[in-house]
Design a protein around this ligand. Sequence first.
Ligand SMILES: [Zn+2]
Length: 503
Amino acid sequence: MAASVLLLPALTPPTYHRIVSPTLHIPTDPQVSVPVGLLACQRDPLLRELATTVVSCTVSQAPAVPSNGRKSKEKTPMPPAETLLEVILHDTVLFPEGGGQPSDVGLLTTSDKRVWKVIEIKRHGGHAVHYVSVPKEDVEAALQAFHSGAEVVASLGEEGYKKRLDHSCMHTSQHLLSAVLETRLKLPTLSWSLSTWPNPAYVEIPRNMTLEEIAFAQEAANGLVFEGRNVHVEVEEFDRDKIIEAKIAEGRGAEKGPPVDYTGGVKRTVIIDGVDRSLCCGTHFPTIHNLQLFIISHLDSVARSSTTSARLYFLAGPRLIEYVMTTHGRLTTAAATLSCGAPLVPERVEQIVEERKRMTKRVDDVEAELAAVIAKQLAAAVTDGQDDGVLHLHRTDDSVNALGFLSSIATALASEIASAPSPPSFLILLSSSPSVQTSTSTNVMMIFGSDEQKVKAVGEGLKGKLAAKGGGKGSRWSGKSSGVWSAARGTVVAGILADIRGQ
Ligand SMILES: [Zn+2]
């Protein structure tokens, strides 16, 4: 018989959510919305769906889902043929953005079995508002289906559940990391950011850390993950004045209190047993065992005008697995390209970079030598009075900087001419095209001469007759044209130079 593993669904223990105030109750009237702080997703972070009731539904007046200060690129895009409905439910398994944790996405199933997409959930005052995306032609039907008192099922769906697991994992990891940094290294967390999937998230701290400190924090965090400390939540009535007085003694975040626009009346503290107490609204895992493993990927310094802080990046759970897989994939690809085993990649890359540096230097040296030889030949032709010193040299060059090489020739030529006993008058046109030419190829040109007027005149001729673009100053002009450098172009150039020669 094949070996099999029985995977039991993870359940949140009944001791996870604790109402520590005797006067605080979860509203049971289906026409009253449960405040943020006591939502089903906050009482049971592993719950995937919930049958509940519609309290209200209106057509959203917002042109797009409010971004709540996030950068516009992170804003939920609104399909043009859709209308947004704002639905408030009695209770929900969908988490509204808060505490640095982004909003969930999910589904609402109405009694007619239609499934509607929730693209974002936001906290308005003390209540969760579901932004439901509805095709414009279905708005009337949707308003009917979401009438006050209607029964609906709110669910995370596959996509929403994956996203939630990741968010919960990273958020719980942040609490753990912040607690370790604060209690063991006296490093308070200034802020944190749950970056978009699959990038590492970070906590911002007031100074850089040494490699030893980073290793220490990572080991301490993983030690606690291995122990699998339990996490639970304590809720009580929220009194803003009391919270502000409580300061840090009540745990991290206590001095700030909930957001100023929060009107839900619930104070919620997330506790990692023996490690951390933190005021937070997030959907934290019931145990830090769920984080699986914890890694600090790197540290970045952040220099501002008056302060210097640092961002410590971290990964855990599904995001860590994705990170390891992606990183491993990149390493394997690089190893195949370099025809070596993965462990040898850094050494091979170092070798190649060194070789490349040497090769670049050699190409520079050879180019300088070649430019000098070409310049000598041109100087000899000019001195001999060949074609009245008006010459054209066309080259084939696949360099990304072919104009740079033409410029080197012109510079070498200038010193050759200057050293002649009686400097002759001359005008040299240098041009260069790639070995394989198409209609989009770029040809580069350089004019160098003793008579600035003639240099300018030839430049104007190239612009007029070859549709070249360019310009110059004094004795030099440079430009480019696109297309194939054909024999016909050579004839046009010869014509332009013949006109100058006659002057
Ligand atoms: Zn938090």
